[in-house]
Design a protein around this ligand. Sequence first.
Ligand code: NAD
Length: 479
Amino acid sequence: MITIENYINGELVAPFEGKYIDNYNPSKGEVYSQIPNSQKEDVDLAAKAASDAFPGWSKTPKNKRSEILVRLADLIDKNLDELARAEALDNGKPYKLATRVDIPRASANIRFFATAILHDASQSHHMEEGFTNYTLNHPLGVVGAISPWNLPLYLFTWKIAPAIASGCTVIAKPSEVTPMTAYLFSKLCIEAGLPKGVLNIVHGLGAHAGDAIVSHPKVKAISFTGGTATGRIIGRKAAESFKKTSLELGGKNPNIIFADCDFDAMLNTTLHSSFANQGQICLCGSRIFIQKPIYEKFKKAFLAKLANHTVGNPFDEGTKMGALVSKDHLEKVLGYVKLAQEEGGKVLFGGNQLTVEGSENGYYMEPTVIEGLDFNCRTNQEEIFGPVVTLTPFETEEEVLEYANSTEYGLAATVWTENLTTAQRMSQELESGIVWINCWLVRDLRTPFGGVKNSGLGREGGFRALEFFTEPKNVCIKY
Ligand code: NAD
């Protein structure tokens, strides 16, 4: 049994009250580690450490900050296999996916912001009347970072990297469901020589440790990724003390397929955009809209592909889909399949929990395809966040835009067409933070990342993320 510890003031420490929570391996359904059940007292200690570290870290030359962060990124690469194994065990995702996506992206996040600060430039504004203004960008101070379980180290580093690079000090809370790689990461911070107090990792439940971070008077900003309902609670609470917030929330993304698309490319990518990471990516295209002339052809080809889409233990060579993250989550997703049937949907493929030989208690589920639902029923409006997609035929651009834009969410959309004019018109009209044309989940870290409507507030990525963690100050000189 592994015991995870908090990382506060440069050291691994037990929680103040000495209480721990069970952490499950979802592929076996067994408890395999204990994580600190941190409370306000732990967050107070982290806030003191972060606050004491801030003057030194914010005045550390950019080159030096960059050097330390690049060292940390190198250490992630060096420990790729251990981190990928830990991620697969903790989350249930295929080990191969963690090796190819999660862990390389974690080091890329850190390297990206470590080098971005070297290319930052400030503005100046000259006035003919004899004045010059220039802008100083001050790091905010102590900031909070709260991340979810679906891409644990990937999203954890996506938040802390710009914060630390810009000179802030951080109290971070990974999801209590997948704490392991953040724990291993804290050991790498020690190895990389990150000065004490610059990053503090407090493990525990959202309602206790998370809430204590959001409420803490020393914390100047909250960068949060997670569910829309949690984002609403955090946004409300943070507003009481005028904390800056960046909220990356849920999605119910449309995947729109026009009859003129490159069919094979679309089919292969649609398999991934539907079921990658067991459908537990906020960007997955869970509502598939297919233009009528190719509806039957698509359905047949898609279902044929699924016959080879093996669900299995994350470490098995042939596994395409691993386990869902927790028992509660599996039950929630299965509940949505039942709801879809009550709403008149027909399950074309899957729909059931699966038993995997040798991992009988794991939280496995078949990839699931449903048709015959109205675009505005609950199944097509609420975020399921699992391996469940719906198929809906459409005729015209106007019709599919109505379907696509009908939800409270607006995170990402995918459009498949060879017609540039259609692609351009759709991109203009889709209510979405990101539109992928003839591709999915292609990420350039310089681009704005985030959602509209109830999918979030603010944008991450590129210099925008560095701006979030800084406060501009105008200096005006008379000459
Ligand atoms: P969640 O909202 O349950 O939890 C996210 C984090 O918030 C966890 O660390 C949790 O402990 C913490 N938390 C919970 N209640 C809190 C509170 N009251 N105060 C402070 N912290 C609190 O989300 P989840 O189930 O971990 O993740 C799945 C959700 O995340 C999905 O809705 C998914 O769409 C979303 N997501 C969004 C993005 C994006 O970039 N927009 C990326 C990944 C996941």
